[in-house]
Design a protein around this ligand. Structure first.
Ligand SMILES: C[S@@+](CC[C@H](N)C(=O)[O-])C[C@H]1O[C@@H](n2cnc3c(N)ncnc32)[C@H](O)[C@@H]1O
Length: 195
């Protein structure tokens, strides 16, 4: 049953996303990938999310909107101060600030320091560090949890993903305790469920 607060929030987020649909200029995910992240979180009921690479906050908004349904919270990390500040303003405008802990930090360091546990991760910062991020987060990811990584293409695809992202895919596909698929409907999303 939706409360008046839920209905208000939904309409605020939808209005924000609609008004800004054509104005994401900072390497942000396309809306279709945002929707994909949203759907995974709501379907699985995830509540403890981590995002590496906030930029100005497009994917964070989709993730936090999903978490507003599950009663969860997102920690998101960005190294660039001006993008971090713009993201904070976007979170306020979308009405989602209370669901987001936005950190201005180098994820190479902060990912090691965060305690977790997490049940959902979206990796979208420096691609050549993807495998390192995964290795650092894996012990903090609950069984049944999901690790997603952006700009990854199936290895056999003629449309190449970014080099570090493809190295990461080879790595994660080799792990027995993860089941990985790649969704190519947007910019390419590797989706790995921890068994
Ligand atoms: C592809 S963009 C993220 C887009 C964002 N997920 C969205 O959809 O709106 C990658 C971001 O990662 C940030 N980044 C790169 N290296 C980083 C690091 N070591 N720590 C934290 N952020 C980093 C960049 O500054 C950039 O804003």
């Amino acid at each position: 049953q939706k409360t008046a607060k839920d209905i208000d929030l939904d309409s605020k987020v939808k209005t924000f996303l609609k008004e800004n649909n054509n104005s994401w200029r900072d390497m942000n995910v396309p809306a279709s990938d945002g929707q994909l992240l949203y759907d995974i979180i709501v379907e699985k009921g995830y509540t403890k999310a981590l995002e590496i690479g906030t930029s100005t906050g497009h994917s964070s908004i989709w993730i936090a909107w999903a978490l507003s349904k599950t009663g969860g919270k997102l920690t998101t990390i960005e190294i660039d101060e001006s993008r971090h500040k713009e993201a904070l303003a976007n979170f306020r405008e979308a009405g989602l600030s209370e669901y987001i802990d936005a950190r201005l930090a180098d994820a190479h360091e902060l990912v090691n320091e965060l305690k977790g546990p997490f049940d959902f991760v979206f990796s979208d910062a420096d691609k050549d560090w993807y495998t390192n991020y995964f290795i650092a987060v894996d012990p903090k990811l609950e069984s049944g949890g999901c690790f997603t990584a952006h700009n990854v293409r199936p290895l056999e695809s003629s449309r190449r993903g970014m080099a570090g992202a493809q190295e990461y895919l080879k790595y994660v596909q080799g792990l027995d305790n993860y089941t990985t698929t790649v969704d190519g409907s947007g910019s390419g999303l590797a989706i790995s469920y921890k068994n």
